[in-house]
Design a binder for this molecule. Sequence first.
Ligand SMILES: [Zn+2]
Length: 255
Amino acid sequence: VALPADGRCLVTDACLGVPGLPQSATGQTTLFTGVNAAELIGRHLQGYPTRQLKELISTQSLFVRLKKLGNRVTFANTYTPRFFEERPRWVSVTTVMCETAGVELGGLEKLIESKGLFMDFSNAILHRKDREIPLRSPRQAASILAGLSRECDLCLYEYFLTDLVGHRGSLDDAVSLLKTLDQFLRILLDSIDLERTSLIIASDHGNIEDMSVTTHNVNPVPTLVWGDLKSHFESPGDGFNLTKITPVLESYFRS
Ligand SMILES: [Zn+2]
């Protein structure tokens, strides 16, 4: 399938040579450290990272690596007031990555000032509970993310409604969500200058593309790349998997 704006798709193995269905804690740790976390702990671990994985993230993460090289990194996601008030016992890989690399976690002010996005970039989930929180169209959300990317060297945004809908939603929910996401991504691509900025979209495991089951699946995931970063990935060939992404990003920022 041809991608808009001459994007490149790398077919990416998420199973990592470990039996069972790929899961988030190990998949994301692998994606953001370049170390095969599923192999390290001998299984795919769902949800949130354990102490062992947190240690790995604190020393090997993409954010730590890029900050060592002197780059400014930003996490575009914002957190709810509740997160800061009642610090959850278990937190996501990206939260651990920010906290251990000294990258700020944005709150409601950032969201309202258009300096960050909620994981649901439309804000619909937040707006239902608090009408003061403005709804954002895919265009507005894409323009916020494009703006953030201009103010730093690497801007990360984590979107996981696709996983929630893949687990709990109907086929109609999935189609509708993917249409909105597609709109957002196309506008984002149009809003960034690909001569100066690269875009990479990666995923820790398959789910929403197969709505006949409510679980993750063993499908390879697409890693989509636009801009100069494209040429830093070797020709697809065999064996491209989640461990390869962080090292390529690090070498890109070294070059
Ligand atoms: Zn899931």
